[in-house]
Write a protein that binds this ligand. Sequence first.
Ligand SMILES: *Cc1c(COP(=O)(O)O)cnc(C)c1O
Length: 399
Amino acid sequence: MIKFPIYLDYHSTTPVDTRVVEAMMPYFTKVFGNASSKSHEFGWKAEAAVENARKQIAGLINAESPDIIFTSGATESVNLAIKGIADAYAPKGNHIITTKIEHEAVLDSCKSLEKKGFDVTYLEVDEFGLIDLKELENSINEKTILVSVMYANNEIGTIQKISEIGALCKRRKVLFHTDATQAVGKLPVDVIESNIDLMSFSSHKIYGPKGVGALYLKSKFPKIRLTPRVDGGSQERGFRAGTLNVAGIVGLGKACAVAREEMGTETTRIKELRDRLYNGIISGLPEVKLNGDPGNRIANNLNITIKNVNSDSLLIAIKEIAISTGSACSSESVETSHVLKAIGLDDKHKHSSLRFGLGRFTTAEEIEYVIDKVVEKAKKLRDISPLFRVTKEGEYAGF
Ligand SMILES: *Cc1c(COP(=O)(O)O)cnc(C)c1O
């Protein structure tokens, strides 16, 4: 039995796993203390829960637990990382390198720094969404203080060569930050092996609650300076003031523990469903293009262009399926997604792209339903499209 609507927008957010909810529950009512209260048991218990979560999170990414700083989510982590580094290292240089396909959290942080006199290089990507390492190396100059390249893209799923980028930054003595929001919990992320200095990620993308995230900040070799964004207390080693969201942090910890345990089998299962979805759609519909890297891609992502089918019209025709036409943030604007633009998607197909995000609770039955519906409705839309026709020879034309 399929429960409608079908959720296939796991890049935007995920439901909280019931195991995570259970882990969080005591911290709302029974163990409600302030983790900063050092004088009594309420505080000690809350602090112990936070430190346990820190261990669970560190364990997933091969970090030391003191190197985890809790924030309100990846957006805040990214702001803290990029603006915090910019401020602390401004005397050394004013140049930052990032890419054209970053999440708005990174792009807007960089734009705001440009207004303050920083110089930002936005690296191009190839048709698969990969940056060129030589171009990255050539962009580094004596004023470069930070390289920020996302781990996995939230629209097309492309995974960057993070370890190579990390090694390059280490060799050139430039700090390396990565927005790993779509990678943590889905890929074996190892901050030490990949030479990552700072890394942002979020709880609600990995079956934890919304409003909590973390910044990994390497505490030695090199010791990194960072100007806080939020002042008002000495929490989180002074990098982020404010009473800790204990229940949320416990939830993020549990979500990481579950991911660590189940990532291997889960990824295999989701990848099979994702590949079935793609193969089902292309065997039913001609002229469908895969966006992103065919191989180097997170298992739960499928981004396609169904040529000559307006994706908004298609979404209306399949209202019982929750998918996205671009990224969640750009679906409200009529602008083409900056990511699809960067990979060189033809302008005439810019309103024909769909992003499917599969996840922990996606079933094979749902995928079969989605294939049938997408194929059926896209065919209907093509039939009434003035741009599209079937030639006498029975071939499709007009793309
Ligand atoms: C969702 C997302 C963010 C923002 O995370 P929040 O926790 O919602 O602030 C940042 N970067 C990427 C790649 C994302 O997918």
